[in-house]
Design a protein around this ligand. Sequence first.
Ligand code: GLN
Length: 284
Amino acid sequence: MQNADTAAALLRASTLPVLEARILLGHVLGWRRTELITRSDEPLGAALIERYRALEARRLAGEPVAQLVGAREFFGLEFDVTPHVLIPRPETELLVETALEALEGLKKPRVLDLGTGTGAIAVAIASARPDAQVWAVDRSSEALAVAVRNAGKLLDAARPGGAPVFWEGDWYDALNASEALHFDVIVSNPPYIASGDPHLSQGDLRFEPRGALTDEADGLSAIRAIVSGAPAWLAPRGVLWMEHGYDQAQAVRTLLEDRSFGEVRSACDLAGIERISGGRRAAT
Ligand code: GLN
């Protein structure tokens, strides 16, 4: 007997990719993935089915799954997501891993995340390095509210590095110069898509904040601002790492070299694309 009102039937009938349908249904039912299997033949109430169908329709109309369920996993942590923030991407975990390598051997290091959005990078680093002091900047107050919530939810309140400090503003302008701070590591996943790039009007990107995706210019203007301001905010031998587009690695390395960074290099994401570039401030 096939019931039309079971999880199994809903998943079978869905025209969504099965993984997406499972995430949406699991969200509506409050079930884990295994429950979608073990309880797949339980009859479901009409209200739940209606809620699932509504989400399914919105997904079919293009809304990102992470926004529909309000969450996305990044670096093993579940981040709240709203339409005000970039949805964390798996390739950005490379930036976190590289920053963590740069922090090895440093005690109570200071880290700055520029354009933090969900707070994914800052919070992932703070979670993996409880002794790190972390600052994070965003010019969007709505994004900062999400980042603050994620930090509060995901980090141990008693972590030795203290709670991350969030500042609103444009790149380094957000920092309070009177504090005379210097960072061991600066990281950023800035808007790096050029204004005319057709991807901006395709897929999930249509629903994400445009200011998190594009600089409304050639795709490198945010990176230029970050590289150019970095030496003043880095400790001697501090490092800067940024995520960038698939074809921007050479341009970003040149920007770093022109600003006298040493040890300039790029690293490839799991797809084999040069996805991040960075370098080290000179010792003096
Ligand atoms: N990686 C994102 C994308 O191409 C862009 C993120 C960004 O601009 N920082 O979808």
